[in-house]
Ligand binder design. Structure first.
Ligand SMILES: Nc1ncnc2c1ncn2[C@@H]1O[C@H](COP(=O)(O)OP(=O)(O)O)[C@@H](O)[C@H]1O
Ligand SMILES: [Mg+2]
Length: 356
């Protein structure tokens, strides 16, 4: 876990003064104070021989009560961004306001209003889930009785009541994430930062974390999360900022972004070439689009937008037409598709330099 070290070594964090920013003349919808997070032109280069520009003109505006996703490949700058926005890391240039305060000049005020999950190394393996939460609550200056009550409430909320007395070292990955999420909520944050909340989780644990995040959002907490999965951003976020090489290259609702990248595809593999034209006709009708045909691979492909050509619809239509096919697959758009369509190049992955 790198943030404790940075925090201690970071003068910007201890230097506290509450100078107000200059009067704001931007339009109301863009006003810093009306936003949960506003970042403008943020630049951050890491020091040292291997130092790199991690943020390079990073901009972000997050509306209060919304869930916003930073979507990007490994090394894009997502972790650096959330650490800057949450006061954990100093930055070189730009303006950042989080929860209504200036991150560089009013960091203590910002910190008292935010939560940060993704640091579950901070959980004590030997202690039970309940004791961990009570300890966090005590660190936040709650009295013993209030700390117990808060722990009980959060354990319940994250489905950990039954496991509450077990030591954390016996917890599954999903349980740890949920306990970590619960711990980050102890101070009742206005803005919650979640750095890759489901990376490495199995599908069931992922679904549980998703449910928890949605519950949070319904309760009015602003959530900024990072993810490498388009599906996750699509599922959770009101708006998505696509991050590449330290800057936002596209921003919009999941629907807007997906329509820009053209959604997914249904692919049908045939058992014989004689069916090609009939399958093409059926798929074209169901999808309301001209199918792509690869005669050599015996493959017919149509766009899938989640409305017209659902997989079930395609299966039914082929069945009704008496067409017995080899294989039908739904290919959902991935982060790679996003990058390919936005930048013309695939996202760089497998850099293996994830620092935390
Ligand atoms: N502590 C660090 N020291 C030097 N370079 C770093 C450090 N942390 C991250 N980087 C570099 O900064 C860039 C952005 O990293 P990061 O913010 O971790 O991206 P992401 O979270 O999107 O994977 C990468 O090139 C990474 O190698
Ligand atoms: Mg990261």
């Amino acid at each position: 876990m790198t943030f404790v070290r940075d925090r201690a070594a970071d003068p910007v964090i201890s230097g506290e003064g509450d100078r107000a920013m200059a009067p704001d003349t931007t339009p109301a919808h863009d006003r810093a104070d009306a936003l949960a997070i506003l970042a403008r032109g943020v630049r951050k280069a890491y020091a040292g021989a291997r130092g790199r520009v991690a943020l390079d003109g990073f901009d972000l505006a997050v509306a209060p009560g919304s869930v916003h996703a930073l979507l990007g490949p490994n090394g894009a700058g997502k972790t650096t961004a959330v650490r800057v926005l949450s006061t954990l890391l100093r930055f070189d240039a730009g303006d950042v306001r989080t929860a209504g305060f200036d991150v560089a000049r009013q960091s203590a005020r910002v910190r008292s209003r935010i939560g940060f999950a993704g640091q579950y190394a901070a959980l004590d393996e030997i202690l039970s889930g309940r004791r961990n939460l009570e300890m966090f609550a005590r660190l936040h200056h709650m009295r013993a009785r209030a700390a117990r009550a808060r722990a009980t409430e959060l354990l319940e909320r994250f489905g950990l009541t039954e496991a509450a007395h077990r030591p954390v070292r016996e917890y599954s990955g999903g349980m740890r994430r949920r306990l970590d999420l619960a711990a980050s909520l102890i101070p009742d944050p206005v803005v919650l930062f979640l750095d890759e909340p489901t990376t490495g989780l199995d599908p069931r644990s992922r679904a549980q974390v998703w449910r928890s995040v949605r519950n949070l959002a319904e309760g009015g907490t602003t959530v900024l999360l990072t993810t490498q999965y388009l599906e996750e951003a699509d599922h959770l976020a009101d708006r998505i900022s696509v991050v590449d090489s330290g800057r936002v290259i596209a921003e919009g609702t999941p629907e807007e972004l997906k329509s820009r990248i053209g959604g997914g595809r249904v692919e049908v593999v045939l058992s014989g070439a004689e069916m090609l034209s009939r399958v093409e006709e059926v798929l074209g009708r169901v999808a309301g689009a001209v199918p792509e045909v690869d005669a050599d691979a015996l493959l017919v492909r149509v766009p899938f937008d989640g409305r017209g050509a659902g997989l079930a619809k395609v299966v039914r239509a082929l069945d009704e037409a008496g067409l017995d096919v080899e294989d039908i697959a739904l290919r959902r758009p991935t982060l790679d598709d996003v990058f390919l369509s936005l930048t013309g190049h695939p996202g760089e992955t497998g850099e293996g330099e994830e620092p935390s």
